[in-house]
Design a protein around this ligand. Structure first.
Ligand code: SAH
Length: 404
């Protein structure tokens, strides 16, 4: 007999729309004594079945739904099938790269589970009580579906604390990873530090946008007979910088405040055999450095702004908006006529319309005439589940300054 959650009257609505989260405030009663991550039957106030979910006693998100039909029991076979489906969906990407997100939590029907693949190495994050309780079967399913044998766990994300889980990292299958795992993306090689790198080591989600930056560089060279000069702000280990160099950029100036990230970026430049004098790495605060570059009269054909999450929740939206506007304005001021701006926000609390408004405000202040060429987002290994809009976090704008 499964434990049960009974919702308050009216609180069944989001579940009927298949939104996977049940907030603590929606729960009227917990029947039985479910432990963390245990499967519970969810009922409406009128007693009708709504979902099977994983119970999370410590979290504001008190349960995350697995399935919406009583006969679709989320047992081990079901979990294995979800993992296999998630891995299979990414197969087409493997032609372009071996750095791929295999499982993206709620979007793959496995709330709280993140799995990234770097070459033959898998990296996991168990970010919710439900998937934590199913570690063993999920791990087994991942090994079977991916054909990989080495798995490093990076369950050190802040979300774990909110689920009442402690941080844990280390090898959970196979061998210790090397200091740097080498991956390739559209032929560009990157070293990934899966132990200490951001997220699971690399910003896999920016793949398509790095490819776009490269294409802009290639088009520029084709049109002008010379490579463009680019500025990559918040460069981390050089993701966009190397893509631009691969596209034939003449010079790429990159800024990050982390000496450690810049050391890896330099290492990546060498790894690809790019002449070191085409890449300049500046350890600085982007907010200050953009002003210094302007004072020095520097200009660029392309500016990338890919900052860390400025708004960690909706409480920080105003301050974050000012920060996005500040860098967008100062980035725009460095753009040559005909130049391109790629501006990103990975703050889930700032939606694409607000982000566009913020950047438009910067355009107005810069008195620049700009086209929006496209809205940008994460690659398709980070799909958005339409019933879970919270899954949308990475957004970007591609702007072009008129007057080449
Ligand atoms: N564009 C990168 C990912 C950027 S992650 C890629 O595609 O791989 C954000 C980076 O911003 C981190 O490397 C962090 O060190 C850096 N950072 C954060 N605040 C900063 C600041 N104020 N000035 C400069 N760099 C900063």
């Amino acid at each position: 007999m499964s434990a049960e959650l009974v919702l308050k009257p009216g609180k069944e609505k989001s579940l009927l729309r298949r939104h996977p989260w049940i907030y603590a405030t929606a729960v009227a009663e917990v029947r039985g004594r479910p432990g963390p991550g245990e499967r519970v039957r969810v009922r409406g106030a009128d007693g009708r079945f709504l979902a099977w979910a994983a119970f999370s006693p410590a979290s504001q998100i008190r349960a995350r739904c697995w399935t919406w039909a009583e006969e679709e029991l989320p047992d081990e076979a079901w979990l294995r099938a979800r993992v296999a489906a998630a891995v299979a969906a990414r197969a087409p990407l493997m032609a372009d790269t071996d750095a791929v997100r295999l499982v993206f939590g709620e979007a793959d029907g496995l709330p709280g589970l993140i799995v990234d693949r770097y070459g033959r190495q898998l990296v996991t994050q168990f970010q919710a009580a439900g998937v934590e309780a199913q570690r063993a079967v999920l791990l087994e399913a991942l090994l079977a579906a991916s054909g990989c044998s080495d798995v490093y766990d990076r369950s050190d994300a802040a979300t774990r604390a909110r689920e009442g889980l402690t941080e844990t990292t280390g090898v959970i299958a196979g061998a210790e990873p090397p200091a740097l795992v080498e991956v390739q993306e559209h032929g560009v090689r990157y070293g990934v530090d899966v132990r200490r790198g951001h997220k699971t080591g690399f910003y896999i989600d920016q793949r398509d946008n790095r490819a776009l930056a490269r294409r802009i560089a290639e088009d520029f060279r084709a049109r002008h007979g010379r490579g463009l000069r680019a500025l990559n702000c918040f460069c981390y280990t050089g993701g966009f910088s190397l893509a631009l160099l691969a596209g034939g950029a003449e010079e790429v100036v990159s800024i990050d405040s982390s000496a450690e990230a810049l050391a890896l970026a330099r290492d990546n430049t060498e790894r690809n055999g790019f002449a070191p004098d085409r890449a300049q790495w500046i350890e600085a605060d982007v907010f200050e450095q953009l002003r210094r570059l302007r004072e020095a009269g520097e200009t660029f054909d392309l500016v990338v702004l890919d900052p860390p999450k400025f708004a960690s929740s909706h409480h920080h939206v105003d301050r974050a908006a000012r920060a996005y506007k500040d860098i967008s304005l100062n980035g725009l001021r460095l753009l040559r006529p005909g130049g391109h701006l790629l501006s990103f926000s990975c703050s889930g609390a700032i939606d694409v319309d607000l982000f566009q408004k913020i950047v438009a405000g910067a355009v107005i202040d810069a008195r620049a005439e700009m086209w929006m060429r496209a809205r940008l987002g994460a690659g398709f290994d980070h799909p958005l589940l339409m019933t879970h809009p919270e899954g949308e976090y990475l957004k970007g704008l591609w702007l072009e300054r008129l007057g080449a």
